[in-house]
Design a protein around this ligand. Structure first.
Ligand SMILES: Nc1ncnc2c1ncn2[C@@H]1O[C@H](COP(=O)(O)OP(=O)(O)OP(=O)(O)O)[C@@H](O)[C@H]1O
Length: 461
């Protein structure tokens, strides 16, 4: 669909000239000779961009007041101001009031077209940011009260205002992108764009155009790249290990010089971007196998941040479940529920290869499949089959107990039961003892007698 542009100028010749040029470029153009006529056009439909002469003769409202009005309707609406010779001050005042840029009469049509291109790109990006921010929710925060969660929160707060490059490592679905977003939001760039590029999802031959943009033979920008879009903001290079080797050297140049050339372009584009990276792979290994540039690694890895798997911070599971229930219920209108103690114990003792993303999906699935009388807590039977498998194994094991003496059967049960509880409490013997109602020292003795490993007690206190 052709983009809708409104041209406001009291001089018929200039108005028609601009309208003609824009029309030839494929834009859908409306014109207005006075502020009143412009207001009428805006009322019918808000244009995507306005070209406005600030020196409007014969109108009840001058150009600056019209600009103010347009900005009050839509603060993100791009307005390009035309100023005559000798009224540059007015043009500068217009910029202060939110105009995208100004162009002085007489102007070359190429320059006007170029400005329009850039204004549209920049506005599209601002809209995208605004919606993304809404979608992500400004209340997003790092949930959890485990030591690992507290350390991560502290690191995020500490590193955010420094402008340093951060490399976030950890398995899939642990919250690497969330950590990057929180760093951006707590930084001096919080009002600038936050852009994510996932190297694993872009075809290698398209990567440079995506990152750096493209120019045609006449030197006109045909595509704005993500580095340019992230100007004054943050760019997250997600799955950075998958960056093609040629692109790695170009990124290195941007990091050292803060400028680059668009694909097919001849002049440099200067940017001010904070680059963060995330990876599930071991980059040291990638360097050894010559798939990743060592010099790039050191440029990116100024501050390393490791996000542990969910299995390493089971203490956060209950908090995360409550948080996801509230958020999912809020955003999709599903009825919030609580989890029974038994169901929560299952969640706390399973493996979670998909980490927090998997946990979130499980919670969502349960809320969607809930029966209409969902006032009762979620039971173990309602957990998806794959989730309950740990417990099912423990139960299935009991079939074998028939062939054992009472003493051996009791021992086997105790072994499985204690191993499960210790996993659930992340190897913390004190908390396991408290939950199962035993003295800590007695539990130690019991574990030793049964031959159950308690060496995982990294959080024992
Ligand atoms: N500590 C946390 N508090 C709240 N939500 C979290 C937390 N950690 C992760 N999440 C949520 O879990 C989901 C997965 O997180 P995210 O996409 O950031 O993971 P990732 O590590 O970047 O994954 P991948 O490596 O697959 O890209 C998101 O919905 C995110 O908001």
């Amino acid at each position: 669909m052709a983009l809708d542009i409104l041209v406001v100028d009291d001089e018929p010749d200039i108005r028609e000239l601009i309208a003609g040029v824009l029309g030839d470029e494929g834009y859908s153009v409306r014109t207005a000779a006075t502020a009143e006529a412009a207001l009428e056009e805006v009322r019918t439909r808000t244009p995507r961009l306005v070209v406005l002469d600030v020196w409007l003769q014969g109108s009840g409202m001058d150009g600056l007041s019209l600009l103010k009005y347009l900005k009050s309707i839509d603060p993100l609406l791009p307005v390009i101001v035309i100023s005559g010779h000798g009224n540059i001050e007015t043009a500068v005042a217009a910029i202060r009031r939110g105009a995208y840029d100004f162009i002085e009469k007489p102007f070359k049509t190429d320059r006007l077209l170029h400005l329009i291109d850039r204004a549209i790109e920049s506005a599209a990006l601002k809209y995208e940011n605004a919606t993304l921010r809404n979608r992500a929710g400004d209340d997003e925060r790092w949930i959890g009260h485990s030591n690992a969660a507290a350390n991560l929160r502290a690191s995020i707060e500490k590193v955010a205002p420094t402008n340093s490059r951060v490399m976030i490592t950890g398995p899939a679905g642990v919250g690497k992108e969330l950590a990057a977003r929180l760093i951006h939001r707590n930084s001096l760039r919080e009002n600038g764009p936050f852009i994510v590029v996932n190297a694993a999802t872009i075809a290698p031959d398209q990567m440079e155009i995506a990152l750096f943009g493209e120019e045609d033979a006449q030197g006109r920008t045909t595509r704005i790249g993500l580095f340019e879009k992230a100007h004054l903001g943050t760019l997250l290079l997600d799955e950075v290990a998958d960056m093609p080797p040629g692109t790695q050297s170009k990124i290195l140049r941007v990091l050292t010089e803060q400028r680059f050339q668009r694909v097919g372009g001849r002049s440099d584009v200067s940017v001010d971007v904070r680059v963060m990276s995330a990876t599930t792979k071991d980059l040291k290994q990638e360097i050894e196998e010559s798939r990743f540039r060592e010099d790039l690694y050191y440029r990116l890895n100024v501050v390393p941040l490791r996000v542990p798997s969910l299995a390493e911070r089971r203490d956060d599971i209950a908090d995360l479940v409550d948080y996801f229930i509230a958020r999912i219920a809020d955003s999709s209108g599903l009825t919030p529920r609580t989890f029974s103690q038994e169901a929560m114990a299952v969640l706390q003792s399973m493996e979670w290869p998909g980490n927090i993303r998997q946990l979130r999906n499980v919670v969502e699935r349960i809320l969607i499949l809930s029966p209409s009388d969902s006032s009762r807590p979620v039971s173990v039977d309602e957990l998806p089959r794959d989730v309950g498998s740990n417990v099912q194994t423990a139960k299935a094991g009991s079939a074998d107990l028939v062939g054992l003496s009472l003493r051996d059967a009791r021992e086997q049960f105790e072994r499985e039961y204690l191993a499960l509880q210790i996993t659930r409490f992340n190897g913390n013997i004190s908390r396991t003892a408290e939950f199962i109602g035993m003295e800590r020292s007695a539990l130690h003795r019991k574990l030793k007698a049964l031959g159950v490993a308690s060496g995982t007690s990294r959080q024992d206190s």
